[in-house]
Ligand binder design. Structure first.
Ligand code: FEO
Length: 170
């Protein structure tokens, strides 16, 4: 049976992952509205990835005999100043999520919950990728300064992204 403090914190993290999914869905609709379907596709993939993260935490909690509490999901923003502003928001948000995961690791260590500590290692590695992919896009967009030609080239590139769920046994 999982420790009550850990259970509470994992429930909050399920909510944080589902908020991330909702935030990226909002960004996808922003890009649809801007006529940038490739960026929208990238955000739909982000949405699926975050839903996967939320479900991974949910299944873990169930496996450990913990009750899942589905908390209210905040309303995400709907408007941004530019594509660059959206990606800067993604990057900042992922850094925030990394700090939440690190906090969970600290708690797991403090209460000597080895199983949760092990489970969290997958998320620690995942955050490295999440931050890196957002940072790469921010760098590209800063270089082109939202000029239409290169922006459409990046849009075409992002249209090819497909979300593949990681192996459930990982
Ligand atoms: Fe679930 Fe993007 O962190």
């Amino acid at each position: 049976m999982i420790d009550e403090r850990m259970r509470t914190e994992i429930n909050k993290q399920i909510n944080a992952e589902l908020y991330s999914a909702y935030l990226y869905l909002s960004m996808a609709t922003y890009f649809e509205d801007q006529g940038l379907p490739g960026f929208a596709n990238w955000m739909y993939c982000q949405n699926q990835e975050e839903t996967f993260h939320g479900m991974k935490f949910l299944h873990y909690l169930v496996e450990r005999g913990g009750r899942v509490d589905l908390l209210a999901i905040d309303e995400p923003p709907r408007e941004w100043a530019s594509p660059l502003a959206v990606l800067e928001h993604v990057y900042e948000h992922e850094q925030h999520v990394t700090s939440l995961i690190n906090n969970l690791v600290d708690i797991a260590e403090e209460i000597k919950d080895r199983a949760t500590f092990n489970e969290l290692q997958w998320f620690v590695e995942e955050q490295v990728e999440e931050e890196a992919s957002a940072e790469t896009l921010v760098t590209k967009l800063r270089m082109i300064k939202d000029t239409p030609g290169p922006l459409l080239m990046i849009d075409n590139e992002l249209a090819t992204r497909v979300f593949t769920p990681p192996d459930a046994s990982e």
